[in-house]
Design a protein around this ligand. Structure first.
Ligand code: G3H
Ligand code: 13P
Ligand code: ZN
Length: 284
């Protein structure tokens, strides 16, 4: 089937008390792994492209690969721009067929973040694309800041309310203790903060940096209103560890398919586990 509306997937998830996995792709094998996992679990799924993915593979390749995968599948698949950096990039993604875009104005002062999001929203609404924004700063594990410092970047619930009211954004990424990349310790999520945000905004909430967050914390976040869970790092780990194993076991191997095939299977298995964790199995 054609690519589907991201916000519609998230509204259904919200009503059903589960979350949709948003999995990052960088190449054909990862697109295939995400779709194979969603098909095996009969789950709706979001394929997303980061800045790095766009640089590496190219926007058109990612859109093309995903559209082909969706057209061959009976599973609802959405295509999302992850951490969009500019109005122009969001427009390019809309033209390429993405069904949602994230405009990440989290580094801007509140009013500028609101203005930028509104500009993207006006264009997106005209073509039926949904929009994610970020409030608070999620950052990366490599930022090397201690938890108490990171708290200064957490999403302020009153600002979240003001942001949603001033923009009508479709879904909102919040900073409640997660970070992108590999955690050095066990991340501690601020669930009281998540509850306060949930009480003040009525749009689906997005959890970034979800690789390495304990399953129990993911389940709790979903029970408190998270409807989109972003996973990248765990997929990279599964994919690359599998490829490394082949190289280690058979150093004479020269056929890329013998590395990438098992790596694709490893990514598929990891994504299936995440889909089950998010409760979206059987919700296609
Ligand atoms: O959102 C962050 C991604 O996990 C990092 O993406 O390194 O592909 O730009 P990138
Ligand atoms: P991880 O790489 O930590 O899973 O984060 C993914 C993410 O938030 C993409 O936007
Ligand atoms: Zn992210």
């Amino acid at each position: 089937m054609p690519l589907v509306s991201t916000i519609e997937l998230l509204r259904k998830a919200e009503a059903g008390g589960y979350a949709v996995g948003a999995f990052n792709c960088n190449n054909m094998e990862l697109v295939q792994a995400i779709v194979a996992a969603a098909e095996a679990e009969n789950a709706p799924v979001i394929i997303q492209a980061s800045q790095g993915a766009i640089k590496y593979a190219g926007l058109d390749y990612i859109a093309g690969l995903t559209k082909i995968a969706a057209s061959k599948s009976g599973i609802p698949i959405a295509l999302h721009l992850d951490h969009g950096t500019s109005f122009e990039q969001c427009i390019q993604c809309m033209l390429a067929g993405f069904t949602s875009v994230m405009i990440d104005g989290s580094k801007l002062p509140l009013v500028e973040n609101i203005n930028l999001t509104n500009r993207v929203l006006r264009a997106a609404k005209a073509v039926g694309v949904s929009v994610e924004a970020e409030l608070g700063k999620i950052g990366g594990t490599e930022d090397d800041i201690v938890v108490s410092e990171r708290e200064a970047f957490f999403t302020d619930p009153l600002e979240a309310k003001e942001f949603v009211q001033s923009t009508g954004v479709d879904f909102l990424a919040v900073a409640i203790g997660t970070a992108h990349g590999r955690y050095k310790g066990i991340p501690q999520l601020n669930f009281e903060l998540l509850k306060s945000i949930r009480a003040l905004i009525n749009v689906p909430i997005v959890l970034h940096g979800s690789s390495g967050v304990p399953d129990i914390a993911i389940r709790k976040a979903i029970s408190l209103g998270v409807s989109k869970v972003n996973i990248d790092t765990n997929i990279r780990e599964a994919f690359v560890e599998s490829a490394k194993r082949v190289i280690y076991d058979k150093p004479e191997e020269i056929d890329p398919r013998k590395l990438l095939g098992p790596a694709r299977d490893a990514a598929t298995n990891l994504i299936r586990e995440k889909i089950r964790l998010f409760g979206s199995s059987g919700k296609a």
